[in-house]
Design a protein around this ligand. Structure first.
Ligand SMILES: NC(=O)c1ccc[n+]([C@@H]2O[C@H](COP(=O)([O-])OP(=O)(O)OC[C@H]3O[C@@H](n4cnc5c(N)ncnc54)[C@H](OP(=O)(O)O)[C@@H]3O)[C@@H](O)[C@H]2O)c1
Length: 409
C-alpha cells in the first residue's frame, strides 16, 4: 500500500489505494466531556494503520446514533479511559458507528471486499480467533465483541475509517450516501430484536408494542413488523411523531404523556403505592387494546427506553411473550415484578447490535425498497455536536440522521 505525505480537505482524496498521513476528524476529548454540542471538535490526526483483515474506508457519510451521546457525556462509560486501561495510547475518541463509503485501501488477507467497493458497515467487531467463537459461539455474543465507533476508536466521524472486512456490506445502490449511512446500527439491532430470538420471532397477526416508535430503532421496527404481517403499535410523546409512525405502518399510537406511572416500581409490600402503579399500567393496557381494536396483549415488546418503561413492558407483555431490550435510555434499574414474569411465563431477553447475517438481511430489505431507512436530516461535518445534542434533548426529527463527510450531498 502506498502512502502519500499529505492532508487533504474534506471531499478531496489522493488516488484510490494511496492514503494521506493525516486526516480531519471530529474528536471528543476528556476535558470536553459534557453537553454533546461542546464535546465534538474538528482536529487533525494521523490516519490509523490498516491491519491484517482490515480495510480503510473513505467515509462519504456517517450515521448519528445515541451511543455517541453517551460518549460525549463521558457517562456511563468514559470510553477513552476504558480503552487506555486496556492498553490504547490515544487520548481522544473518534466516534461514529455507521458509515457509507468507498474501500480506499486493503490490508493483508482481506476477503469479501475489494478496492473501490461502495460499502456500509455494521459496527460490531469481534476477534475471530477468540476462544468462544472457535468453540462454536455466535460472534455477536462473543466476549471479544465491541461496538466500533463507541467502545472502539476511529469511528466514522473522520475522513477515513478502519474496519474489519466482515463488517462491510454492499451499499444499497438506490440510496444516496446519507441515506445509506443512516440506518445500519438501528436497523440491524431492531431486526435482531424482532427475529433473532426464536421462538419469539414476529409472526403474522402478532401485536408488537414499540417504544419510541418515531426514533431510530422504532421507525425501522414498525416497518419490519408490518412487513411480516405483525401489528405494530407505537409509543410516542407527540401527535406529530404518532402520525409519522402511522404513515410507516403502525396500527396506531399511544401518547405516553397521557400517563404518569413511569419510573421504578414501588416496594412490593407497599400495597397502596402498588395499586396506584397498577392503575396506571392498566390504563396504558386499555389504550393499547383501543389502538389494536381487540383485547390482545403484545406478544413482543421492543424495549430500549429502560428504567422508566420496563415495569410497564413486563406487565403489558402477553403470557409466554417476550420483552426484548437493547438499551436503557432513561436508566438501568429496570424493575421487574417477578410475579408477572414467572406466573405468566414471560421472557425478558437482552439483545445487542446484530450478527453479519442479520445486517445483510436487513440491508437487502432496504435495497429492495421494502424498508425505508427513514433519513430525517443531513448535517454538515461541523454540526456533529448539534446532531447529538438534538438526540440528547429528544428534539431530533423522527427517523435516522446522517452527517456528510467526504460527500457533497
Ligand atoms: N444495544 C444496541 O445494539 C443498541 C443499538 C441501537 C440503539 N441502542 C440504544 O437504544 C436507545 C434508543 O436508540 P434510538 O437510536 O432508537 O434513539 P432515538 O432515535 O433517540 O429514539 C428513542 C426514542 O425513545 C423515546 N423516549 C425518550 N424518553 C423516553 C421515555 N422516558 N419513555 C419512553 N420513551 C422515551 C423517544 O420517543 P418519544 O419521546 O416520542 O416517546 C425517542 O424517540 C438508546 O439508548 C441507544 O443507545 C442500543
Amino acid at each position: 500500500m502506498t502512502k502519500v505525505e499529505d492532508l487533504y480537505e474534506l471531499g478531496d482524496a489522493p488516488e484510490m489505494g494511496t492514503v494521506p498521513t493525516r486526516m480531519y476528524a471530529s474528536l471528543i476529548r476528556q476535558e470536553r466531556y459534557g453537553q454533546p454540542i461542546d464535546a465534538f471538535r474538528t482536529e487533525v490526526v494521523d490516519v490509523p494503520p490498516v491491519g491484517r483483515g482490515q480495510v480503510l474506508v473513505k467515509v462519504m457519510a456517517a450515521g448519528v446514533n445515541y451511543n455517541n451521546v453517551w460518549a460525549a457525556l463521558g457517562s456511563p462509560l468514559d470510553v477513552i479511559a476504558a480503552r487506555q486501561k486496556a492498553g490504547a495510547a490515544e487520548d481522544f475518541h473518534i466516534g461514529g458507528s455507521d458509515l457509507s463509503g468507498i474501500v480506499w485501501a486493503v490490508g493483508e488477507d482481506v476477503r469479501g471486499v475489494r478496492l473501490g467497493d461502495e460499502v456500509v458497515v455494521l459496527a460490531s467487531r469481534w476477534d475471530e480467533s477468540a476462544e468462544d467463537i472457535r468453540l462454536g459461539g455466535e460472534p455477536a455474543t462473543s466476549s471479544s465483541q465491541r461496538v466500533w465507533g463507541y467502545e472502539e476508536n476511529y469511528g466514522s466521524f473522520a475522513q477515513f475509517a478502519v474496519v474489519d472486512d466482515y463488517m462491510c456490506h454492499p451499499k444499497p445502490a438506490r440510496l444516496s450516501w446519507a441515506e445509506a449511512a443512516c440506518y445500519m446500527a438501528t436497523a440491524a439491532t431492531a431486526y435482531r430484536q424482532l427475529f433473532g430470538w426464536p421462538p419469539h420471532t414476529v409472526r403474522p397477526g402478532d401485536p408488537v408494542l414499540i417504544w419510541g416508535g418515531a426514533g431510530g430503532l422504532g421507525s425501522i421496527a414498525i416497518q419490519l413488523v408490518r412487513h411480516v404481517g405483525g401489528i405494530p403499535v407505537a409509543v410516542v410523546s407527540s401527535e406529530e411523531r404518532g402520525e409519522f409512525c402511522v404513515k410507516l405502518g403502525a396500527e396506531g399510537y399511544i401518547d405516553r404523556r397521557d400517563f404518569d406511572h413511569w419510573g421504578r416500581l414501588p416496594d412490593a409490600s407497599d400495597e397502596a403505592a402498588m395499586n396506584r402503579w397498577l392503575a396506571g399500567a392498566r390504563a396504558f393496557g386499555r389504550r393499547f387494546w383501543e389502538v389494536l381494536g381487540e383485547r390482545r396483549a403484545p406478544r413482543i415488546v421492543l424495549e430500549h427506553s429502560g428504567a422508566d418503561t420496563v415495569p410497564t413492558s413486563i406487565y403489558m407483555c402477553d403470557n409466554a411473550g417476550m420483552v426484548v431490550i437493547c438499551g436503557g435510555t432513561t436508566g438501568y434499574n429496570g424493575d421487574v415484578d417477578l410475579r408477572f414474569l414467572w406466573m405468566r411465563q414471560k421472557r425478558l431477553q437482552g439483545s445487542h447490535v446484530a450478527g453479519v447475517r442479520e445486517a445483510r438481511e436487513v440491508t437487502r430489505l432496504i435495497d429492495q425498497g421494502v424498508i425505508d431507512p427513514c433519513l430525517s436530516r443531513t448535517f454538515g461535518f461541523e454540526e456533529i455536536g448539534l446532531a447529538h445534542q438534538l438526540i440528547h434533548d429528544n428534539r431530533h426529527p423522527a427517523g435516522n440522521m446522517a452527517v456528510l463527510v467526504n460527500a457533497k450531498e
